[in-house]
Write a protein that binds this ligand. Structure first.
Ligand code: FCB
Length: 451
């Protein structure tokens, strides 16, 4: 029987074939998988400090060991080969390269990524790099973190160091992962490192992160002007629950005020007026900032997980009849197609990569050791199909990275929320393919989703 595919007339189509050069991948992040938090000269990051602070992380989990990828990377690349990945998105730990955030380079840290990249290339898996996925050097945080403009320049220096070492083998460079989560969860909500709760600061951090992105983009291009540079944003679609003008207005306002925070400055060079109003005014902008922020981008990375829904009264907190993942996000794959089309209508988009998409569910290990994660598999299938449909609508999507290769340290949620298509037993570090992993391997092999 054909599976349920949200929003589709499944009777009319059975095979969704992707372009031959479509970049199928999986994604991870340094703090979430590496472990080895204080090995081989690595400096402390704000996430080390935060997870070591009692009460911050569910179950008092830390990333001290995580998936032990720092030691098991060869095994992990073998798993990637089994999946048939064309590309692997990973991030570099800034304090592993520069223990003090600036100044002395830790050669052992650079060597680690150098070997990883060599092995990926030997396995014919394209390394797709992210320079910053939240593990900011603790010592630079103590000197003002992302509010101190000197640190934006330190980030650019770090970008240049990594580019000089790896730029001969990596062509796609993402500067920062989800600046919105750093600003909102790290500096305003406080549930992420560094755990501040200061709205004014958070707004400034959001701006400064874009300046840091711009400076890093210049630094990367300064090393090699042929490299492809982009940024990774998390975008949730804002949908209206019905046709009532007030519902549509509410969804539109929600989009304009929050979802444009990074898109507008980066792709248009100015802040959306509704965004400025929502955050209570403009951040401090220095001469030249907006030009730096809005310089040409070679690609845009979109992390997509869910959407927000609005009716005439406002935000719909619980969508009747909807499926939710273990982390409490609504499953709504058609919103991905709508999002991609909206982005394409509203902005002059560079090529797009879905740099993250996936789902946390409570996995059950069967007696024979298998993991029949049918809900995750279904989630991925629906999102693959909606991506393909958005491409048919005319959106230039070049690749897709499943979040995540492995179960890993899910930030404030610790190890309890599993997103991997490969299970990790955190007691033994054993890796086991889930059904979703085997299914993804088949999609990549066929370069098509068949239903
Ligand atoms: C994204 C993060 C990623 C992961 C997923 C579930 O916001 O970029 O590290 O935690 O959410």
């Amino acid at each position: 029987m054909a599976p349920n595919v949200q929003g589709l007339d499944i009777g009319t189509m059975t095979k969704y074939t992707f372009p031959h050069n479509f970049l199928w991948g999986a994604a991870t992040a340094s703090y979430q998988i590496e472990g080895a938090w204080n090995e081989d000269g690595k400096g402390e990051s704000v996430w080390d400090r935060f997870s070591h602070t009692p009460g911050k992380i569910a179950n008092a989990d830390t990333g001290d060991v995580a998936c032990d990828h720092y030691h098991r990377w060869r095994e992990d690349i073998a798993l990637m080969r089994q999946l048939g990945l064309k590309a692997y998105r990973f991030s570099v730990s800034w304090p592993r390269i520069l223990p003090a955030g600036v100044g002395r380079v830790n050669e052992a840290g650079l060597d680690f990524y150098d070997r990883l990249v060599d092995a990926l290339c030997a396995a014919n898996i394209e390394p797709f790099i992210t320079l910053h996925h939240w593990d900011f050097p603790q010592i630079l945080y103590e000197q003002g973190g992302w509010t101190n403009r000197d640190n934006l320049h330190h980030f650019a220096d770090y970008a240049a160091i990594v580019t000089k070492r790896l730029g001969d083998r990596i062509s796609r460079w993402a500067t920062i992962n989800e600046p919105g989560v750093i600003a909102w969860d790290g500096y305003i909500g406080g549930e992420h490192a560094p755990g501040e709760q200061d709205p004014l600061k958070g707004r400034q951090v959001a701006h400064n992160l874009m300046v840091a992105h711009g400076l890093a983009a210049q630094a990367i291009r300064g090393v090699d002007s042929n490299l492809q540079v982009g940024i990774v944003l998390n975008q949730w679609m804002a949908d209206a629950a019905d046709d009532q003008p007030q519902s549509i207005k509410n969804a539109g306002q929600a989009w304009d005020s929050s979802e444009t925070t990074f898109l507008h400055p980066i792709l248009k060079g100015y802040y959306h007026p509704a965004q400025v109003e929502w955050t209570g005014g403009l951040p401090e902008i220095q001469p030249g900032d907006m030009a730096l922020i809005s310089q040409k981008m070679d690609f845009l990375g979109i992390n997509f997980y869910s959407r927000n829904l609005y009716n005439a009264k406002g935000h719909v907190d619980e969508v009747p009849g909807a499926e939710y993942t273990a982390i409490g996000w609504e499953v709504c794959a058609p919103a991905l197609r709508r999002l991609l089309n909206k982005l394409n209508r509203d902005y002059s988009l560079p090529p797009v990569y879905i740099t993250e998409n996936g789902a946390a569910f409570q996995d059950v290990v069967a007696a024979d050791g298998s993991i029949h994660d049918s809900r995750r598999l279904d989630y991925l299938r629906q999102h693959f199909i909606q991506t393909r449909l958005a491409m048919q609508d005319g959106v230039d999507v070049r690749g897709y990275f499943v979040w995540s290769l492995l179960d890993n340290f899910e930030w404030a949620e610790g190890y309890n929320k599993r997103f991997g298509i490969i299970r990790v037993d955190f007691d033994t570090q054993q890796r086991i393919f889930k059904d979703s992993g085997a299914w993804v391997a088949g999609v990549i092999r066929d370069n098509a989703v068949t239903i």
